[in-house]
Design a protein around this ligand. Structure first.
Ligand SMILES: Cc1cc2nc3c(=O)[nH]c(=O)nc-3n(C[C@H](O)[C@H](O)[C@H](O)COP(=O)(O)O)c2cc1C
Length: 361
């Protein structure tokens, strides 16, 4: 029992530690970027479009969204996390956005924490994704996961892959064997769609192919250039003078490169990792994503101005996407995905060296 309590406290403490740096400024890539700045949508000086007629609706995971935007999974397991989840879910309801809960490991280990993930009563219509770590699947019965999905009334399960974070986290996992098999077993008997996501280091063509081969249809590439999880763990552990941990701060496939790597593989992809503005989202969609996902800025906006702060930030993101579409002469998302663009710099080299198909040039 004593051990149980210590463990519960340590999971809760970790959850609290993980939120801490996002109260002010977040933990962003240092020298890396998303490379979305190398995707240039062509300016249309004669768009002949009224802003009001722009249709941003898009389909993902069997659901039609009025905007192709997703608040990706962040938290759960503490009192504060409960408030954050419930208020962000309400914002998602108001703006018709997808919403992800944070890792449900705490809830699986401690049933009494389930309520910190419960949002359906305040957000009856949102597309709601629960979240578990790939390594966690190795130790969890499918029936237990299904029961939680029912309890939360979730629409999909996000399975996160985060080896870079785990390696820098002092108490993190070190053995990543068997995760693909566990995903494969889950996909077979599961009643909900599964979205496999990274957490800021991106997904390659090879990994996307392996996932698609075992039946995964939906990916969130969560590339490098936004929140750095090695960075969060490094600050948390106080190992700031460890050069080998520091070297991993910017580890990963830049988000734009991850989109180019995966866009032809899965049925649909969310582009996330460093999406900060509507123009970032527009560039990601033009490059081949189906949705754009955002995490840290939403949380930071919540910490600075509560639910209204998150609402204002996300409304701004939506409006920024519409403005970008108008300036690129696109009336709807299919037109944006087909819009002429120029890819420059390291992103172009990456696409060429990796023999990835260039679209919409
Ligand atoms: C405070 C915080 C907690 C997070 N917790 C999770 C998590 O539990 N599960 C997960 O899959 N991703 C988690 N993420 C990762 C995000 O979903 C996202 O993939 C990543 O932060 C990159 O997006 P960003 O640059 O917009 O923050 C978390 C992110 C933040 C900021």
């Amino acid at each position: 029992m004593a051990e149980e309590i210590t463990r519960n406290e340590s999971v809760e403490q970790r959850k609290k530690d993980h939120l801490k740096p996002f109260r002010q400024g977040g933990v962003n890539a240092r020298d890396a970027s998303t490379w979305l700045e190398h995707v240039h949508l062509l300016h249309d000086a004669l768009p002949e479009i009224s802003k009001d007629e722009i249709d941003t609706s898009a389909e993902f995971c069997g659901r039609r969204f009025s905007s192709p935007l997703f608040i990706t999974g962040m938290t759960g397991g503490t009192k504060e996390a409960q408030t954050i989840n419930r208020q962000l879910a309400q914002v998602a309801q108001e703006l018709d956005l997808g919403f992800g809960l944070g890792s449900g490991r705490a809830m699986l280990d401690h049933e009494e924490l389930t309520e910190t993930y419960m949002v359906r009563d305040v957000a009856p219509d949102i597309f709601l994704a629960w979240n578990l770590g790939g390594v966690q699947l190795l130790h969890t019965e499918v029936t237990k996961i299904s029961k939680a999905m029912d309890e939360l009334k979730a629409d999909a399960l996000c399975v996160h892959l985060n080896p870079a974070q785990e390696l820098v986290q002092p108490e993190g996992d070190r053995d990543f064997r068997g995760v693909l098999d566990a995903i494969s077993r889950l996909v077979k008997g599961f009643d909900w769609p599964i979205i496999v996501k990274e957490t800021g280091a991106g997904i390659s063509k090879k990994v996307a192919g392996m996932l698609v081969d075992v039946g995964v249809e939906w990916l969130d590439v969560a590339g490098c250039g936004g929140t750095s999880w090695p960075g969060v763990e490094l600050l948390r552990s106080g190992k700031e003078d460890d050069p080998n941990a520091q070297a991993l701060w910017d580890w990963g496939i830049p988000t734009a490169a991850a989109i180019a790597e995966t866009r032809k593989q899965a049925k649909g992809i969310i582009a996330s990792g460093g999406i900060r503005t509507g123009l970032d989202a527009a560039r990601a969609l033009a490059l081949g994503a189906d949705m754009a996902g955002v995490a840290s800025p939403v949380l930071q906006a919540w910490f600075s101005a509560g639910k209204k702060g998150a609402h204002d930030y996300l409304s701004g993101l939506k409006d920024g996407l519409v403005n970008s579409m108008l300036l690129a002469g696109c009336k709807d998302i299919p037109q944006l995905q087909d819009a002429p663009r120029v890819v420059t710099g390291p992103l172009l080299l990456w696409i060429q060296q990796r023999n990835l198909e260039q679209t919409g040039v």
